[in-house]
Design a protein around this ligand. Structure first.
Ligand code: URA
Length: 209
């Protein structure tokens, strides 16, 4: 699939299987999400540009590579996005953070915004929008619309599971935004859940229903 990267790494797939299992506890689910987000973050940042800087080791001066350009922005779609965000920040602690609060209207499945905060200067930064589940893609599309309106023009979308329907809708709305995911599942059910999926990611993370 064009513009979609499936992070097909044995550790990612192993952890994902445990997360899918309904017997997995809330504590384990949260820990695994954080661990998996390290591996996904590693992959989504693989091609970041570097520049050599001058430093001195205790032994001698040298030129050594450092990330080039402005700090990244991680944009979390509340609330489940925060599970991925935590792990991303473990690896890139200097990243700026945006929060986008959206809830899904249970009837129409439309994404309704209730909160938005982002750095003012997103224009020159790579923005990684994170949400574990790319289901109908309504939330993802709305979140990317919103952050583009703030000025972002270099974006990537990171999730854990994607449905083919979600990928199609997202790519139609935002063909310029590459998708990174740990797996592509079979389909959506009539309630907009990913099948076989892992259930409601927010509820699994926080022990709610
Ligand atoms: N959101 C979830 O948390 N799970 C799904 O399966 C779909 C959307």
């Amino acid at each position: 699939m064009e513009n979609v990267t499936v992070v097909d790494h044995p550790l990612v797939q192993h952890k994902l299987t445990i997360m899918r299992n309904k017997e997995t506890s809330t504590a384990s689910f949260r820990r695994l999400l954080r661990e998996i987000s390290h591996l996904l973050c590693y992959e989504i940042t693989r091609d970041l540009e570097l520049e050599d800087i001058d430093i001195e080791t205790p032994i001698q001066p040298m030129k050594s590579p450092k990330l080039k350009g402005k700090k990244l922005v991680f944009a979390s779609i509340l609330r489940a996005g925060n599970g991925l965000l935590e792990g991303m920040l473990d690896l890139v602690p200097s990243a700026r953070v945006s929060h986008i609060g959206l809830y899904r209207d249970p009837e129409s499945l439309e994404a309704i915004e209730y909160y938005f905060k982002a750095p003012t200067d997103v224009a020159d930064r790579l923005v990684v929008v994170v949400d574990p589940m790319l289901a109908t893609a309504n939330s993802a599309i709305t979140a990317v619309d919103r952050i583009k309106r703030r000025g972002a023009d270099n974006l990537r979308f990171l999730c854990l599971l994607a449905a083919p329907e979600g990928i199609k809708a997202f790519q139609k709305a935002h063909p310029d935004v590459p998708i990174f995911t740990a797996a592509i599942d079979e389909q959506l059910n009539e309630k907009g859940y990913i099948v076989p999926g892992l259930g409601d990611a927010g509820d699994r993370m926080y022990g709610t229903r």
